[in-house]
Write a protein that binds this ligand. Structure first.
Ligand code: HC1
Length: 570
């Protein structure tokens, strides 16, 4: 251990610890901009400068390592002057007139730093670099004019997701973060995961909003507007209204969406249970009939897009199941429409998702039935929060609401879909009982929980022998498994891949900031909801049984094939 002094306080840290991390240990907060915990420390923005006794130059705390006997000061006049100058330089090339209309207004790290450092005038004015606004992608908008060149998006895209869709080009005043040759994000191998959005400290990258379209549908008296919420939304929406990360706000969320004017409030969780039935049967079918193995989950549209770009030869491994919210949309416009006597053409389905790639997914031609889209609009958790604010709803004061019947009924297995490993755990609970006919005594599969990049488990299922499974979250981790499938060294039967690190709880549409601690807390909230529910296995959701009896017939049957399954072509 190393002992050093920060602002007069002694602190002990392990070798390799940065001054920023050491300061945190003694509750000294050093401001940062280009630093992104667990992802990037490059000392580029010079906002975290500190003074070190005996060192002539100020040093960036995010990269400078602690050493024995170091005496560090974080709050001297020299430090404050230098930090303020660095910030003023960044601000001199930032379109400050746009703040009021910026999607990150009041949630902007640059704005917060300016306030914190007491910037009351724009000191340095002059030429500003001019970039483009790229809004061709169905999911993500890039506004280069607002980019502060922190490179957080670049590092997430390259190091965590291994996609490298964007990177810095040109030099000095002409530096731009963009895809190769200045192409649109829509024309390159972007997975549309939106991890660049949650990494961006300002409003240079944001989701393409559908809020106005949704309001228009709600106010149209001829439209029957149905909303569904993804599992992970309930574990994070509260953060937009001041609740601590990991607060489950399912009840308040339901009251809020009803107040917004939706005609029906359903839950993607219902279709998550349905997915387990369809996907579980597909797995069993592949196992018994020599189908392509390992089978890989298909819920995460960023993962699907990544596979289409980088691993087209592995597409036959991907389950043919549509993702749960697409399944639910298809059922609303068939089963529910029929039941209630509503013309599907007048139904508008809105999905509230933690995910930006779902905006792309709902517009895929495969995601429709007889020319009618399964899901009309996808809004993110952040967009839902904006709508709630726009409607003047006091979220914190809301009573708990309820889901509408029957497409709002769900098991605990469905709720954990939102955390990495959740789909696999839900599938194992069902496959075990369906194959053996016995009750699974321990429903928690701890081996597939948590934030380890690649998780593995072997489950002994009498009658099926040992089923080997793996779980990967984040595309960099997915790539590791996919390479092993390609070289023949992966002997798994079933693999869960979720595009975003941590799974959907930290999708690109979730409240900002996101870090591993927040990922853990959001996942914990979902596991708690699961353990508190009476029904914890998808096949025990009584309304799943009903829908097969009343409408679908049997798993993998003709209707399921038509409405709930799809295929992807290279
Ligand atoms: Fe997900 Fe899914 S879990 S993909 O991670 O299978 O976005 O939450 O809605 O559709 O159910 C996301 C979350 C979500 C689907 C489900």
């Amino acid at each position: 251990m190393i002992t050093l002094t920060i602002d007069g306080q002694k602190v002990q840290v392990e070798e390799g610890t940065t001054l920023l991390e050491a300061a945190k240990k003694v509750n000294v907060r050093i401001p940062t901009l280009c630093h992104l915990p667990e992802v990037q420390a490059i000392g580029a923005c010079r906002i975290c400068l500190v003074e070190i006794e005996g060192n002539r130059n100020l040093q960036p705390a995010c990269t400078f390592k602690a050493s024995e006997g170091l005496v560090v000061r974080t709050n001297t006049e020299r430090v404050k002057r230098a930090r303020k100058f660095s910030l003023e330089m960044i601000i001199s090339d930032h379109p400050m007139d746009d703040c009021l209309t910026c999607p990150r207004n009041q949630k902007c790290e640059l704005q917060a730093l300016a306030m914190e450092m007491g910037i009351t005038e724009i000191k340095y004015t002059g030429a500003q670099s001019k970039g483009i606004v790229d809004s061709l992608s169905p999911a993500i908008v890039r506004d280069q004019n607002k980019c502060v060149l922190c490179r957080r998006c670049v590092t997430v895209c390259k190091e965590i997701q291994t996609v490298s869709a964007i990177f810095p080009q040109n030099r000095s005043f002409n530096t731009r973060v963009e895809p190769a040759y200045g192409q649109s994000l829509n024309d390159v191998a972007c997975a549309m995961c939106g991890q660049c959005i949650t990494a961006c400290p300002v409003g240079a990258i944001y989701e393409k909003e559908s809020i106005q379209d949704v309001w228009k549908a709600i106010f149209d008296p001829y439209k029957f507007v149905v909303v569904q919420n993804a599992p992970a939304v309930r574990a994070a929406l509260g953060e937009e209204f001041g609740f601590p990360p990991g607060t489950l706000v399912t009840g308040k969320m339901l009251t809020a969406v009803r107040k917004l004017g939706f005609n029906r409030v359903f839950d993607t969780n219902f279709a998550a249970d349905l997915t387990i039935i369809e996907e579980g049967n597909e797995l069993l079918h592949r196992l018994k009939n020599g189908g392509v193995l390992p089978m890989i989950t298909s819920c995460s549209p960023g993962w699907i897009k990544f596979a289409e770009h980088f691993y087209p030869d592995l597409l036959p491994h991907i389950s043919t199941c549509k993702s749960p919210h697409q399944m639910l949309g298809a059922l609303v416009k068939s089963y529910y429409a029929e039941k209630e006597g509503i013309d599907p053409a007048n139904i508008v389905v809105v999905s509230v998702m933690p995910c930006t790639a779902k905006k792309f997914e709902c517009n895929r031609p495969e995601m429709s039935n007889n020319g009618i889209k399964d899901v009309d609009y996808v809004i993110t958790t952040r967009e839902l929060a904006k709508m709630i604010r726009q409607a003047g709803i006091d979220f914190a004061a809301l009573e708990d609401g309820y889901y509408d019947h029957p497409l709002g009924e769900y098991s605990g297995a469905a709720t954990i879909f939102g955390a990495t490993g959740g789909v696999m755990e839900a599938a194992l609970r069902t496959v075990y009982e369906v194959v053996t006919g016995k009750t699974l005594e321990k429903v928690d599969f701890d081996e597939v929980r948590g934030l380890e990049g690649v998780k593995e488990a072997a489950v002994d299922i009498p009658g099926l022998a040992e089923v080997k499974v793996a779980v990967a979250h984040g595309l960099g981790n997915a790539r590791k498994i996919l390479e092993r499938i390609k070289d023949g060294s992966a002997d798994y039967h079933f693999i869960e891949i979720m595009c975003c690190p941590g799974g959907c709880v930290s999708g690109g549409g979730q409240p900002i900031p996101v870090n591993n601690e927040i990922r853990r807390l959001r996942a914990k909230a979902l596991y708690e909801e699961d353990s508190n529910l009476k029904v914890r296995k998808s096949h025990e959701n009584p309304y799943i049984k009903t829908i097969y009896e009343e409408f679908l017939g049997e798993p993998l049957g003709e209707k399921s094939h038509h409405l709930l399954h799809t295929h992807y072509t290279p």
